[in-house]
Design a protein around this ligand. Sequence first.
Ligand code: IMP
Ligand code: MG
Length: 176
Amino acid sequence: MEERLIEILSKDLIQRRVQELAEAIKRDFPEEPLTFIGTLKGAFIFLADLVRAIDKQEVEIDFVRLKSYGLSDKSSGEVIITKDIELEIRGKNVIIVEDIVDSGLTLAFLVEHLNLHHPKSIKTCALIDKKERRKVEVNLDYVGFILEKGFIVGYGLDYAERYRHLPGIYEVIKDE
Ligand code: IMP
Ligand code: MG
């Protein structure tokens, strides 16, 4: 089976949109300290670009690692934490940074989990909102791009651990 990549979001388009998301976050939280929690591994590049555009206020960064996907491209429907937060988030303004929301199971689970720590607020920020396979309603406060369907890679996103390093976003096409 052959695999091809077709660019759907260019590096420049992504960079522009990430700056806009950072502006929106700054408007909502002017001068307030923010705690960004990224989901490994997929959100590592998005988070890195996003926080570098938020340079006039106090910022903390932490990561979680959640598992719901194996090496295939379909959700197993089950979410487990393999790496939890290390910062104290009680009373803080938390912004969850997700690469892509698909079924919504991962993000719904994470919001519920972080709420147990009594933050002051939780906002959700996803680079891609992929609508077709949504199973649970999740509130997205900041969205980079909406995608109806398809499996995409690049800018942190992988297919079986490949392609995370690409600066653009590509759809993976499999030719039989
Ligand atoms: P959800 O729990 O179904 O919303 O899945 C979210 C996670 O699945 C994301 O954080 C990604 O790690 C992975 N995922 C979902 N769709 C894609 C995709 O198109 N490309 C790469 N990873 C994806
Ligand atoms: Mg992810």
